[in-house]
Each structure stands twice: as structure tokens, then as C-alpha cells.
Design a protein around this ligand. Structure first.
Ligand SMILES: [Zn+2]
Length: 302
């Protein structure tokens, strides 16, 4: 199984969910073994910020990576699209400090990648295979990686809502590109109206609106068109987890489980894995007879 990049460059523009700033983004092909690299073009000198779990500096309401004093926020939905389509190498040029939020899901990024086309490279695709269980807990929240011959995600959410009282949902997904596209990629980010004011006082969610987030008041979802999936919230948590886990720099072979998980725990889990070298091994599947337990279909172009 080989590494993948884009066939050609493609651009889009939008606003940052938290900054509210207008941002232009260009996704470009990158040579084998480059990984995913963000590039801030709006600074006096362009700064490259590789998509790496060890460069995550902020996980409040999104995942931010930082290098050399330059940062990029809200990388998780774009990273999720790369993970879903199995793209290993790409450069992402940005004119601001945040990836555009688009519609709050990964679907617009999937559309961009499919429009650009995806190309196989000669180098072997790298996987990280989980050998031993790794777990991180915080209060009643936890995340865990366990050995599994494939890539499986189990995510459960449980929160108090004045109208819904106790709100409980769970998703169990055996990863494939098709499952990602159909079950996960369209799930939007969500928030509560009551939290919005506090977030804005801290200069967060300044770009949030009903076109890029599901918003709930005390009683209901206030977006006119309602939900895209009945359990869109927990599906978005899976989308976020996929994107956050892809900051490992390789595709996982293992099982991820999370209860009330978020960006912080997802990142702590990767750091815990990387700090325990006997808990994983890097593998490639060069031999045709030795099939990878995780497959990535070449996505059809539009
Ligand atoms: Zn998200």
C-alpha cells in the first residue's frame, strides 16, 4: 500500500470559526514522506507547521498546532478529511491563523480533495500498529487505544441538556473510506447558545453562525433545517477524533474508544502512546500477499 497526495492544487476561502477572520487556503501536492504541513503565508517570513501531535499547544474548542511562534487553529476537520481519504502528504497554505470552518463538517474538504484528485506515490504508506492498551482519563472522561486487526472507533457522549435532560449517544464504526464519507464526513460541529456569550468574551467562536455549526438553545436545535443525522453530535465527535488521531503522522491499526472525549484527551492519548515505545510498532505493507487490515479506496472524482 502506497502513500498518497493530491493530483493538483486547489483553493478555497472561508472564515475562521474562532477568529472570525477571512482566510484563503490552498491545498497542494507534496513529495512522499513530507506528511501534512501547514504554511502561514501572512507572516513576514512564511512558517511551516507540520501536523504533529507533539506540536499541539491548545485544545480548547479546537486543536491548535504551533511552531516557531506561529500557530494554526481548528486543524481537526481538515485533518479528518485527509485521514478519511488516506492522504499522507500535502501542503496547506493559509493567509491567517485558522483553517476555514466551511460548513462545520469535513464534507467541503472532502469535496476539495476529490476535485483535486488523489494520486498514489511510490513510497510505502506508514501505519502505526497498537500493541498494548493505552488509556488516559480525566474525571469521568476517558480515551483508550487497544490492539485490533483493523481501525475501529467507538465514541460515546453523555451530557446534561435542560430540555433533553440526560443526552446519550454512541457510535461504533469500522473505518473505511466509504464509511467515513457516508456516516461521518457530513456531521457538523455543535454548541449551545448559552455557552456562546462566554466563548465570545474570551474571543472564541467569533465566526460561529448557523451556516457552520449546529446551535442549541435551552429547548431545541435552532438551525432551520435541523440535523443531517439523528445522532449528528456523536458522529461529529468521531470526525474530530479521526482528525486529532491523524496528527500521529500515520494511519492507525488498532481500536480507539472514547467516553465524553474531546481534543485534549485525544492529544494526551497520542502523547501517551508515543511515550511508550513498546506499545506500538511502525509497519508498512509492501508485499501484495500481505494485505493491510485498513484499506483506503481511491475516492471517485467529481
Ligand atoms: Zn469538530
Amino acid at each position: 500500500m502506497r502513500q498518497r497526495t493530491l493530483k493538483e492544487s486547489i483553493s478555497a476561502s472561508g472564515i475562521g470559526l474562532h477568529s472570525g477572520d477571512k482566510v484563503y487556503m490552498t491545498l497542494r501536492p507534496a513529495p512522499a514522506n513530507s506528511g501534512i504541513v501547514f504554511r502561514r503565508l501572512d507572516l513576514p517570513e512564511p512558517v511551516d507547521i507540520p501536523a504533529s501531535a507533539l506540536l499541539v499547544t491548545d485544545t480548547a474548542l479546537g486543536t491548535t498546532i504551533e511552531r516557531g511562534g506561529a500557530h494554526v487553529g481548528t486543524v481537526e476537520h481538515l485533518m479528518s478529511a485527509f485521514a478519511g481519504l488516506g492522504v499522507d502528504n500535502a501542503f496547506i497554505d493559509l493567509t491567517a491563523a485558522e483553517v476555514p470552518i466551511m460548513d462545520g463538517s469535513a464534507a467541503p474538504f472532502v469535496f476539495l480533495l476529490q476535485s483535486a484528485g488523489i494520486e498514489e506515490q511510490t513510497a510505502s504508506k506508514r501505519f502505526i500498529k497498537v500493541l498494548k492498551p493505552i488509556e488516559v482519563t480525566e474525571g469521568d472522561k476517558w480515551v483508550r487505544l487497544t490492539p485490533h486487526d483493523g481501525f475501529r472507533l467507538n465514541v460515546e457522549i453523555d451530557f446534561e441538556h435542560p430540555a433533553l435532560r440526560k443526552f446519550h449517544q454512541a457510535v461504533n464504526l469500522d473505518f473505511s473510506t466509504a464509511a467515513f464519507l457516508k456516516e461521518i464526513s457530513r456531521a457538523r460541529t455543535f454548541g449551545f447558545l448559552k455557552d456562546l456569550e462566554g466563548a465570545r468574551a474570551r474571543e472564541r467562536a467569533l465566526g460561529a453562525n448557523l451556516d457552520n455549526a449546529i446551535v442549541m438553545d435551552e429547548y431545541r436545535v435552532i438551525n432551520e433545517d435541523g440535523l443531517r443525522y439523528r445522532d449528528e453530535f456523536v458522529r461529529h465527535k468521531v470526525l474530530d477524533a479521526l482528525g486529532d488521531l491523524y496528527l500521529l503522522g500515520a494511519s492507525l491499526i488498532g481500536e480507539f474508544s472514547g467516553f465524553k472525549c474531546g481534543h485534549k484527551l485525544n492529544n494526551l492519548l497520542l502523547r501517551a502512546l508515543l511515550e511508550a515505545p513498546d506499545s506500538y510498532v511502525a509497519v508498512v505493507f509492501d508485499d501484495d500477499a500481505q494485505r493491510s487490515p485498513v484499506s483506503y479506496q481511491l475516492a471517485p472524482s467529481h
